[in-house]
Each structure stands twice: as structure tokens, then as C-alpha cells.
Design a protein around this ligand. Structure first.
Ligand SMILES: NC(=O)c1ccc[n+]([C@@H]2O[C@H](COP(=O)([O-])OP(=O)(O)OC[C@H]3O[C@@H](n4cnc5c(N)ncnc54)[C@H](OP(=O)(O)O)[C@@H]3O)[C@@H](O)[C@H]2O)c1
Length: 330
């Protein structure tokens, strides 16, 4: 173990700063499992954690990074052993407990998962929390009765991390995926992920304000929220569902009750943070098997070292990333 290692530290003590700095083990929070981090990734929430008014962090200095994969250095919990490959995402990681933007992380055993067979440490973080959220969304829609032979499925924010992962997973399962994006110039990328058609945001939000519109999709994976989610709800077919996980277009959804009471549409809430461990393990298992896209590598925007994180964090908040930014720690 080196005496010092590198981590991205967000501080507010004098002026607000985001910088790669040397850190010692003694500075890491309590937890049973010490992990030599191999990969982390950049999620929208990490972007919010890196700005002064992002409303994610309460305590400073802080090491963000809501997900990580790596090798166990030591464990005070018998479920994990030295040399084991593990994943840690969600819970307080990168929000109230130092996270993955660090060469070493100390994590409570309750939050750690063995790396599922069929995934490498690198692949686990190509997915990261965004991929996990997409998989939870697919699972929720399937539990609702969504199936490939019942019609098209819409994915909003399709060039984002959650959106791109959902496009690739749904395509793998044989769905006709309609991918909606503010960047239609990325149509070839979305088609390579498996989108059968690429729509503009205006295609989806056209007629906004109408409580009910043409019934275009049996279901949708939405990580955008806001007014676009209201437009999506108005165009879901009878008995369909929307899995809602995000807020990049805002938190207020100006809808009416009509899609729910006249078309039996369901709005399924997706929360990856407190997802129960049993479901979490099942979802990761599926991400390593039937949901694993042939084109997982295609989701990578870029692979970066710690030093390039400040600009990548700025990029995700400005929708300048495409798919997933992978962070290489060791
Ligand atoms: N519920 C959970 O557990 C959970 C877990 C992970 C993420 N999330 C949330 O999911 C959202 C997406 O996360 P992410 O990591 O995928 O972020 P991301 O990579 O930045 O993707 C967000 C995408 O949303 C679209 N978008 C951005 N601004 C928009 C606007 N004003 N109107 C419509 N579309 C807009 C863009 O796609 P296009 O340019 O293609 O339209 C953008 O790429 C975030 O709100 C995040 O907090 C929630």
C-alpha cells in the first residue's frame, strides 16, 4: 500500500475547488472493505457534486464518484476476501461517503457486490450507475408486461448514459427502439447501439400541452423528466408504462390524470440508490447475461485518467458527453 494515493477532492473551505490531490488511507471513511479501485465513471450526479450549488454534497472536503469497480485489498467482513473483484455503487457512495474518484476506497460491506461472472471490471463501469438504472428500467417495464411483440419502446435522452444503455439493452432483447435525442446528428451512433428509429426532441414533445395524443409507444424509458415526460405520457398506448428515473429537463412534470385514468398508463418510478440488495444482485446478473449488449464498447465516449475528470464533469452537465465516460484508476 502506498502511503499516499491520488483522488479527486471537492473542497469548499476557502474558495470552491475541484482538484486531484494526494490522500492517505487514514482520511478514508469507515467501512469493512478496502478496495483498490480499477474503474469509476462519470454520471450526471457526479457532475452536480462537482459544482457549488449542485445540492448533492453536504460535507467538504469530499471525494465524489457514485460508482466503482476494483479489487479487494482487505476485508473485515467474511463475505469478501483479498484479491476478489467487486463493484460498489449507490447508497451513500459519492454523496455522503467518499466515492470512486480515488485510487483506493473504503466501503461498508453492505454496499459491495461481487463482480458478476460475464463482466470485467472495465465493463462493469462502462455500465456504471447509468447502466444499472437503465437495466432497472427495463426490468420494471417487463414486470409491467412490456414485451417485444407488443409495439415500439421509446427511450428519451438517448445519447446520455442511462438513455444509451437502455437503447442497447432493449435492442438486445429484440425490441423496436425509438431513440429520442436533442442531437439528431448522432443518429448513426444511436443506430449502432440498436435504435430502429431516431427521433428529435420536437418529434416527442410536438403537441405538448395536449393531455392525450396519438398512441405511439407501448412503453418508454425516460431519464429526462420535466415537460418532455408529460408529452411522452400523452403518447403511450393503452395499458402501457413509462419508467422514469431522471430530471435533466426539470423536476416539474406538467401532466394531467388523463393518461392514467383514460388509458390505464402507469408511471413507474426508478430509484437505483436504495434498490434492495436482492433485486440489485438480480439486475447485475442480467446486465452480465441477457441484457448485455453486443455493443457495450460502443457506449464509451472516452476513457480518462483522474486528471481529466474536472473537464469531463463539466461536460456531462452541459450534455457534451455521448454515452459513458469511463475513469481509469489503476
Ligand atoms: N433514479 C436514479 O436512480 C438515477 C440513476 C442514474 C441517473 N439518474 C438521472 O438520470 C438522468 C440522466 O443521467 P445520465 O447519467 O444518463 O446523464 P447524461 O449522460 O447527461 O444524459 C442525459 C441526457 O438527457 C438529455 N437532455 C439533457 N438536457 C435535456 C433537456 N433540457 N431536455 C431534454 N433532454 C435533455 C441529453 O440527451 P439527448 O441530447 O440525446 O437528448 C443528455 O445526454 C439524470 O437526471 C440523473 O440524475 C437517476
Amino acid at each position: 500500500m502506498p502511503e499516499h494515493f491520488q483522488a479527486l477532492v471537492v473542497d469548499k473551505s476557502e474558495t470552491f475547488s475541484v482538484a486531484v490531490k494526494p490522500v492517505t488511507l487514514a482520511e478514508l471513511p469507515a467501512g469493512e472493505v478496502l478496495i483498490h479501485v480499477a474503474y469509476s465513471s462519470v454520471n450526471y450526479k457526479d457532475g452536480l457534486a462537482s459544482i457549488p450549488n449542485g445540492n448533492i454534497l453536504r460535507n467538504y472536503p469530499f471525494i465524489p464518484g457514485i460508482d466503482l469497480s476494483g479489487i479487494v485489498v482487505s476485508s473485515a467482513d467474511p463475505r469478501f476476501h483479498e484479491g476478489q473483484s467487486v463493484i460498489a455503487t449507490s447508497y451513500g457512495i459519492g454523496v455522503s461517503h467518499y466515492g470512486g474518484f480515488s485510487e483506493y476506497a473504503r466501503i461498508p460491506a453492505e454496499w459491495v457486490l461481487p463482480l458478476p461472472e460475464g463482466l470485467t471490471l472495465r465493463e462493469a463501469m462502462i455500465y456504471g450507475t447509468a447502466g444499472f438504472t437503465a437495466a432497472m428500467s427495463v426490468q420494471a417495464l417487463e414486470d409491467h408486461g412490456t414485451a417485444p411483440d407488443k409495439g415500439k419502446v421509446l427511450v428519451t435522452g438517448a445519447t446520455g448514459g442511462v438513455g444509451g444503455s437502455a437503447v442497447a439493452m432493449l435492442a438486445k432483447k429484440g425490441y423496436h427502439v425509438a431513440a429520442s435525442t436533442g442531437r439528431t446528428e448522432e443518429a448513426a451512433y444511436l443506430q449502432a447501439l440498436g435504435a430502429a428509429e431516431v427521433l428529435s426532441r420536437e418529434d416527442v414533445s410536438g403537441g405538448a400541452g395536449k393531455p392525450l395524443d396519438k398512441q405511439l409507444w407501448q412503453a418508454a424509458v425516460d431519464s429526462v423528466g420535466g415537460a418532455p415526460l408529460a408529452a411522452v405520457l400523452s403518447k403511450i398506448a393503452y395499458g402501457g408504462a413509462v419508467a422514469a428515473s431522471g430530471l435533466t429537463a426539470g423536476t416539474a412534470v406538467p401532466t394531467t390524470v388523463l393518461p392514467f385514468i383514460l388509458r390505464g398508463v402507469s408511471l413507474l418510478g426508478i430509484d437505483s440508490v436504495s434498490c434492495p440488495m436482492e433485486l440489485r444482485l438480480n439486475i447485475w446478473e442480467r446486465m452480465a447475461t441477457d441484457l448485455k449488449p453486443d455493443s457495450l464498447e460502443a457506449l464509451i465516449d472516452r476513457e480518462i485518467p483522474l486528471t481529466e475528470l474536472p473537464s469531463a464533469l463539466e461536460d456531462i452537465l452541459k450534455s457534451r458527453t455521448r454515452g459513458r465516460v469511463l475513469v481509469r484508476l489503476s
